[in-house]
Design a protein around this ligand. Structure first.
Ligand SMILES: NC(=O)C1=CN([C@@H]2O[C@H](COP(=O)(O)OP(=O)(O)OC[C@H]3O[C@@H](n4cnc5c(N)ncnc54)[C@H](O)[C@@H]3O)[C@@H](O)[C@H]2O)[C@@H](O)CC1
Ligand SMILES: Nc1ncnc2c1ncn2[C@@H]1O[C@H](COP(=O)(O)OP(=O)(O)O)[C@@H](O)[C@H]1O
Ligand SMILES: [Mg+2]
Length: 281
């Protein structure tokens, strides 16, 4: 039976917990963001900065070599691991245990990256957020759906969703197909849009924050960082998805009276995360 839930402040406060006074960076969650390719390193800059500003203690990125200095200079708080290749990711390896991984922003769809992603999917057991070109790679290799670890969070925009589940002819059919996908592979699907809906099996969560200011490059890359950070901090996947989508939209609602719709950019989401969190205290 389908259940519908509206994501508002009351719903968030059912599980939202402020940060403990005696916490430290070692127990505050370590997020790993994997992505970037030549010309799209900015996507990982946005995701990783958003992850830090959402409260996890440590953030590491895994990027192609060409992004090393860009990342280190743009966000000195983030640690950087690089692939052997300059322009794209060809083999994902890291020597620590992250608490959550976000993969896809700016990663591209190079054949070598596709192989690296397959190898990663076969071995990964860490809670996972899959976005952007990682979703597009999955859509090109539908047999890999079976490798999706249960509880993974997929964050498609409408075009990425269509590539994953096929075309729909009505809103009703879109929801039916997305619910079937969620049930079949036991994954959470964040159907990004205006508004965003989160599908967890037969439960549909409808977000109540956000506005057209979010229709700007990198806005989804930021969301991936936010959700990955919340997962790394120990939230259940569905809570990370709900809280992440809510906070992401709230930043735009808070900022828009200052920036206007037109001048709001993805970095403004990151800059207003603090005020969004404060509104929950
Ligand atoms: N600064 C950067 O490095 C940026 C990198 N990006 C990366 O660029 C890669 C390509 O992502 P894109 O999403 O741009 O390209 P895609 O080709 O995946 O999606 C773009 C297509 O989807 C359609 N679309 C998008 N949102 C839609 C909506 N709400 N309703 C209907 N159609 C919609 C567009 O009209 C277009 O046809 C990704 O890896 C992404 O992470 C982008 O996020 C932009 C910023
Ligand atoms: N008109 C809108 N109203 C509310 N939210 C929007 C609107 N347009 C876009 N968004 C949000 O902005 C984000 C866009 O994500 P995405 O398309 O992946 O961007 P990118 O790939 O450039 O980072 C999603 O979270 C989406 O819900
Ligand atoms: Mg995107």
């Amino acid at each position: 039976m389908i259940t519908s839930v509206s994501i508002d402040k009351n719903e968030i406060l059912k599980f939202y917990k402020p940060i403990a006074v005696d916490t430290h960076k070692g127990i505050q969650g370590h997020a790993l963001l994997i992505g970037g390719s030549y010309g799209k390193i900015g996507a990982v800059c946005l995701s990783s900065k958003a992850a830090l500003k959402t409260g996890c203690g440590l953030v590491t990125v895994f990027i192609p070599k060409c992004g090393y200095e860009i990342l280190q200079i743009a966000i000195p708080e983030v640690m950087v691991l690089t692939d052997a290749k300059k322009r794209c990711i060809s083999n994902i390896s890291f020597d620590f245990q992250p608490n959550a991984i976000g993969i896809g922003p700016g990663i591209g769809q190079h054949e070598l990256t596709q192989k690296a992603f397959l190898k990663f999917l076969k071995t990964n057991t860490t809670p996972l957020v899959i976005d952007a070109d990682a979703l597009n790679i999955l859509s090109q290799n539908k047999a890999w759906f079976l490798l999706l670890q249960s509880g993974s969070i997929l964050t498609p925009h409408p075009k990425e969703l269509e590539r994953l589940i096929g075309k729909w002819t009505s809103e009703e059919e879109k929801f039916e197909k997305t619910i079937s996908f969620s049930l079949q592979y036991n994954v959470i699907i964040v159907m990004k849009g205006a508004p965003t809906h989160i599908i967890d099996g037969e439960t549909i969560y409808k977000n109540t924050t956000g506005n057209p200011a979010l229709a700007t490059a990198g806005s989804g890359d930021v969301l991936t960082g936010i959700i990955t950070s919340l997962l790394a901090q120990g939230h259940e996947p569905i809570q990370a998805a709900i809280l992440g989508v809510y906070l992401h939209g709230l930043t735009a609602d808070i900022a828009v009276s200052k920036t206007g719709i037109q001048s709001f950019i993805a970095s403004d989401i990151i800059d207003h995360l603090g005020e969004a969190f404060l509104s929950l205290e």
